[in-house]
Design a protein around this ligand. Structure first.
Ligand SMILES: *[C@@H]1O[C@H](CO)[C@@H](O)[C@H](O)[C@H]1NC(C)=O
Ligand SMILES: *[C@@H]1O[C@H](CO)[C@@H](O)[C@H](O)[C@H]1NC(C)=O
Ligand SMILES: *[C@@H]1O[C@H](CO)[C@@H](O)[C@H](O)[C@H]1NC(C)=O
Length: 261
């Protein structure tokens, strides 16, 4: 029995590491192509340095670089539960990997599980933006009625936690579905949003559950303004020591929707 638990634990950790390695997606707005050698393009590179150092220091930054038409606005944020090291690694990777797929665009976003980075020529701070993607576990829950009732209650609870000023947009929690199954969920808004706009973004993500996550064992909503995720295993830090919940299985997700900003 012990060996089985160890195996599951190892397996779970390796899935986690593999998961956090690459970006989940990069989105470039092709209507915003610029001259690769322009001042805007140089400003993007300089902005990226600012975004990395600000995020490493504070977990979040919304700032700009440059003057006039070549001014570029950027925002970067780590998931509130990740360690400083993981945050730093994630945001550095984001800054490195955002430009190659979007070399000439001035509106680009990159989504990871642990962090998010975005820039644009218009000042977008404070506005709800639900462009992004949904991921779901291909497995379905066995008892949708009980599951959805628990899921709805947990989402309500952590959404109201996320809008409390001390929370910096983060809410997380768990709920027992049965003796052996625990549901884990986390929501987070970008910290430029007001409480009302945070609540609005989360409500849109959760409201999209019936469409994108219907009865699935796990689901992730990655929007430019907020992140919503639930799983039947612990995925946020500090990791839950209740190891029986590993019996909930690991995720097998796929992207089903990516809209252009
Ligand atoms: C791009 O910018 C460079 C240098 O500023 C200039 O020489 C070139 O003609 C520009 N190309 C276009 C397509 O605007
Ligand atoms: C889960 O449910 C969906 C919708 O009913 C179905 O299309 C899908 O095949 C199910 N997945 C599995 C793994 O059974
Ligand atoms: C994990 O599971 C094992 C085997 O059931 C148990 O002995 C141990 O106490 C559990 N650890 C924690 C931290 O719950």
């Amino acid at each position: 029995m012990h060996r089985m638990y160890n195996f599951l634990l190892l397996f779970f950790l390796s899935v986690c590491i593999a998961e956090s390695a690459g970006p989940l997606t990069t989105v470039c707005n092709d209507d915003t192509k610029t001259n690769g050698s322009s001042q805007t393009s140089r400003n993007i590179d300089l902005l990226l340095h600012k975004l990395v150092s600000g995020t490493v220091e504070n977990g979040f930054i919304a700032t700009s670089y440059g003057e006039g038409d070549a001014r570029i606005y950027g925002l970067a944020q780590c998931r509130g539960d990740v360690s400083e090291d993981d945050c730093s690694g994630c945001i550095q990777a984001a800054a490195k990997h955002i430009r190659p797929p979007c070399p000439d665009q001035t509106d680009a976003r990159i989504f990871y599980d642990n962090c998010f980075l975005r820039y644009e020529t218009v000042k977008f701070f404070g506005e709800v933006d639900v462009s992004g993607l949904h991921y779901y576990n291909i497995e379905n829950v066995t008892d949708p009625d009980v599951f959805n009732q628990k899921l709805g209650a947990l989402m309500d609870q952590i959404s109201s936690e996320a809008v409390k000023p001390s929370q910096k947009g983060l809410g997380k929690g768990k709920s027992k579905i049965s003796c052996f199954v625990t549901l884990y969920a986390l929501v987070q808004c970008t910290r430029d949003l007001s409480d009302i706009n945070c609540a609005r973004c989360l409500a849109i993500g959760i409201g999209n559950f019936p469409t994108y996550c219907n009865n699935r064992k796990g689901c992730r909503v990655l929007y430019s303004s907020c992140y919503v995720r639930y799983e039947l295993y612990p995925f946020f830090f500090p990791l839950d020591p209740e190891n029986e919940s590993l019996a909930g299985g690991f995720v097998k997700s796929k992207s089903i929707s990516a809209y252009k900003p």
